[in-house]
Design a binder for this molecule. Structure first.
Ligand SMILES: [Zn+2]
Length: 335
């Protein structure tokens, strides 16, 4: 193994968290084992202590062939983050998947040549579904998840590893991985109180991530209105999530850069059913009158005439979503 490859892991982690809209600062000079960060978004913030190693394939005659493990090096024991969260992670490079282990199960002295295992099936499930809980032989609950789920894992890390306390709760959590659309209020009612919020948040995130991955992929990571990439592009809903007809289907999605996402939500730009990009001349006039039109020329010049169109017809914005959204957003003539 390439010796310095392990130093890519903190960078990978920071990227996963910031891509999800969180701000990250180091709590001490960057180092491995552990590295300590503070993450925040809106009113939420967490101090996080992270231990992370690459997952390597089993090996050794005494171990199952479908086993992956982290070989723990450089620490004698895991120290918990005071007033914060502690993560023990493995990174499966080929699937771009993390495995998260339960700090409560690994708090003693580590002994000689320590390692923590997870089965390949859990990693593969997470690769396919974005997220997968796994009960280990020792009854520890491990969580495998795609990198874009990392911030959500951090938010719910303490609760996630307790799902083994109830068979019903665990089954629901498995359902989140396999059928996230089926998690509704009836299902949620069966989950015990301390874990209910976690199931709801995790299910929402699995659906969002699926939507985001499909939409960004359909548009090759380009803003539909200007073509910008630079990993500054969101998956926006054409008909907002809060609307009763809104769905997480790709035709209700639009890849938009941060600027155009904001401008779209404010009603400064839109698209019509012919996929033409329109700007709101009335709003521009009003901004001019308020002397708040700085950059307007450049803004208009950067807009494409027609949106970046996904090559697959089934991925393109659906006319019904465009029309309903334009009505909702106050566009009178943009159909
Ligand atoms: Zn843009």
């Amino acid at each position: 193994m390439n010796r310095h490859r392990k130093y890519d892991l903190p960078a990978k982690i920071l990227e996963a968290i910031t891509d999800d809209g969180w701000t990250v600062i180091y709590l001490e000079a960057p180092k491995l084992h552990p590295f300590r960060i503070r993450i925040h978004k809106g009113s939420e913030s967490f101090n996080v202590r992270i231990y992370v190693w690459h997952l390597t394939h089993g090996g050794g005659k005494m171990r199952p062939a479908d086993e992956y493990r982290v070989q723990i090096t450089g620490v004698d024991r895991f120290e918990k983050e005071p007033d914060g969260l502690t993560l023990i992670l493995g990174w499966w490079e080929s699937g771009q998947v993390f495995a998260g282990f339960d700090i409560e199960r690994h708090s003693g002295p580590l002994g000689f040549s320590p390692s923590i295992q997870i089965r390949e099936e859990a990693l593969r499930k997470a690769y396919e579904n974005g997220f997968a809980p796994w009960v280990k032989d020792n009854q520890e609950i491990a969580i495998a998840f795609h990198q874009d789920f990392l911030a959500e894992y951090i938010r719910n890390v303490s609760a996630l590893h307790t799902f083994g306390e109830s068979d019903t709760d665990y089954e629901v959590l498995e359902g989140v991985s396999e059928r996230p659309d089926e998690i509704n209020d009836t299902v949620l009612a069966t989950v015990s109180a301390p874990r209910k919020t976690t199931v709801a948040q995790v299910a929402r995130k699995v659906r969002d991530n699926g939507f985001k991955a499909r939409v960004l992929n359909a548009y090759a990571g380009k803003c539909a209105f200007c073509g910008l990439q630079l990993r500054l592009v969101d998956a926006a809903h054409i008909l907002p999530v809060s609307h009763e007809h809104s769905t997480d289907d790709t035709p209700n999605g639009l890849a938009l850069c941060a600027l155009h996402h904001r401008a779209y939500d404010k009603g400064l730009v839109t698209l019509n059913s012919k996929y033409q990009v329109l700007h709101n001349a009335k709003m521009a006039e009003k901004l001019k009158a308020e002397k708040l039109d700085g950059g307007l020329k450049r803004f208009l010049k950067d807009l494409r005439d027609v949106i970046v169109l996904p090559p697959a017809v089934n991925d393109r914005p659906h006319i019904d979503f465009i029309r309903e959204s334009n009505t909702l957003r106050g566009w009178k003539r943009a159909s």
